[in-house]
Design a protein around this ligand. Structure first.
Ligand SMILES: Nc1nc2c(c(=O)[nH]1)N[C@H]1C(S)=C(S)[C@@H](COP(=O)(O)O)O[C@H]1N2
Ligand SMILES: [Mo]
Length: 442
């Protein structure tokens, strides 16, 4: 029984033989891996029944020899067997210069925090490892009456200030964008992997504005500017900043931000699409009207059924996805399996997640695993006993403002079908009789 498991994804766990293939640069091992895994399980189960499990009976070297010395690795790394759990570039997307996306392997993660090394990446001009001793943050007003004391902060000066740590998700507005076209991207890594969640540490932007003597009545918008070559500038409404939620952050999961995620400083705008979370943050300007920069007027806008574009739709609406079983995974046996997934809302907390195993005809509540936090990922689980027949898995989240995640029919009625951004529709995974799980739209 112990050898029967859900293969978490074609990319996950490597056997020793596959690891040797990877090291030797031999290709094509993944294609054969499925067949090998299925037959290996069947053979193992029979062999075990007859003569006992050699994995238990024969003492392995790690039970008889000396282990590795302490501090052999001053900075820890995952197990060699996890080498294939990686962020990946989608085979279906073209990389333009350094402008690219790497997707987070959601199918292989537990709980709600994304390990920093697996956080998705979206760079409009490539990433930099910026010298923190030379990085500066300037805070100024659109004119001299907006802010009494324009200031320039070094990292040391910022890190002396009172700070907070908060757990939040970040989702690119283009996440799940390929699904508008019903392209059936194969795995959850590529359908939903522009999503990650971390504990961020930093100074509330409100604190910095107050330090600079900002006119918080007249100042209605802030412009945030990054130090990379992408000209990444976004308008942030003061209503978000006054709540104290918007952070100028240097910390991510207990250490400094990773270079790919904006080291040494980025903006955290909880609930809002990723593009507003300006990385390599170098300037904040307080003004009295929206700035209308390129990334908010021509990009990240939504084509409506009327033919007009909707702008400034920046809140990531309530959404969920089953991460296992999901596309590319294989159920190797009938019987008990755990359905697990993630739910989130840019408007607040997840209140409820329902799951269906028959394509949305019947729904039952999933268990929300704590903690359930505002504008943060929430893990849900549900029991499933597979009878060997085809099934269609779906999850549907509801947030504490009462918003319900739509199905594709409902979404397309309001948003038409030629959009790119802000797709929060219900995802369907079809389980076939042979145990394979595939991306479908129903
Ligand atoms: N300076 C800068 N900030 C940026 C970007 C960028 O290219 N440059 N990309 C934005 C986009 S579109 C997204 S989705 C998020 C991605 O953050 P991540 O790479 O840490 O996942 O950063 C945003 N902030
Ligand atoms: Mo993005």
């Amino acid at each position: 029984m112990l050898s029967r498991f859900i293969r978490r994804a074609p990319e996950n766990f490597l056997t020793r033989d596959q690891m040797q293939d990877v090291r030797a640069g031999r290709r094509g091992f993944l294609a054969g891996a499925l067949a090998a895994a299925s037959s290996a399980v069947a053979v193992n189960a029979q062999a075990q029944a007859a003569e006992g499990d050699p994995n238990i009976l024969n003492l392995p070297p790690h039970s008889t020899g000396l282990g590795q010395p302490v501090a052999a690795r001053p900075y820890g790394l995952p197990s060699e067997f996890e080498k294939n759990l990686q962020r990946r570039e989608s085979p279906g997307l073209t990389r333009i210069g350094q402008a690219s996306v790497s997707f987070c392997p959601l199918q292989g993660l537990f709980g709600i925090i994304t390990p920093s090394g697996l956080h998705f990446e979206r760079h409009h001009q490539g990433w930099w490892d910026i010298d923190p001793t030379r990085h500066r943050l300037m805070v100024n007003g659109s004119d001299e009456t907006m802010l009494k004391r324009p200031m320039v902060f070094s990292m040391d000066e910022l890190m002396r200030l009172p700070n907070v740590s908060r757990m939040h998700f970040i989702e690119c507005g283009a996440n799940t964008g390929m699904e508008w076209g019903n392209t059936a991207v194969p795995t959850v890594q590529y359908t939903h992997g522009m999503l990650s969640c971390s504990e961020f540490t930093g100074v509330p932007l409100r604190t910095l504005l107050e330090l600079c003597g900002a006119d918080l009545k007249r100042g209605r918008f802030v412009l945030a500017e990054g130090a990379d070559g992408s000209g990444m500038t976004r308008t942030i409404p003061m209503s978000l900043i006054m709540s104290g939620e918007v952070l100028v952050a240097y910390g991510q999961n207990g250490e400094m931000l990773r270079p790919e995620n904006g080291y040494p400083l980025r903006l955290i705008v909880p609930g809002v699409q990723g593009v507003s979370w300006v990385k390599y943050l170098r300037r904040i300007e307080l003004g009295d009207m929206p700035y209308g920069t390129k990334d908010e007027t021509i990009h990240y806008v939504d084509l409506q059924p009327s033919g007009l574009h909707r702008q400034y739709t920046s809140i990531q609406e309530v959404k969920s996805v089953i991460t296992s079983p999901s596309g590319g995974q294989v159920l190797l046996d009938k019987g008990f399996h755990t359905i697990t997934g993630l739910a989130w809302s840019g408007r607040g907390k997840v209140k409820k997640v329902d799951v269906s195993t028959d394509g949305g005809r019947n729904w039952r509540p999933a268990r929300l695993e704590g903690p359930v936090l505002g504008k943060c990922l929430t893990r849900f689980n549900a029991d499933f006993v597979w009878d060997g027949k085809p099934a269609i898995f779906q999850s549907r989240a509801v947030d504490d403002t009462g918003q319900i995640q739509p199905d594709y029919h409902q979404l397309r009625q309001v948003r038409a079908s030629r959009s790119i951004y802000h797709n929060n529709a219900i995802q369907s995974w079809s389980l076939e009789e042979n145990g394979e799980v595939k991306n479908v739209q129903v």
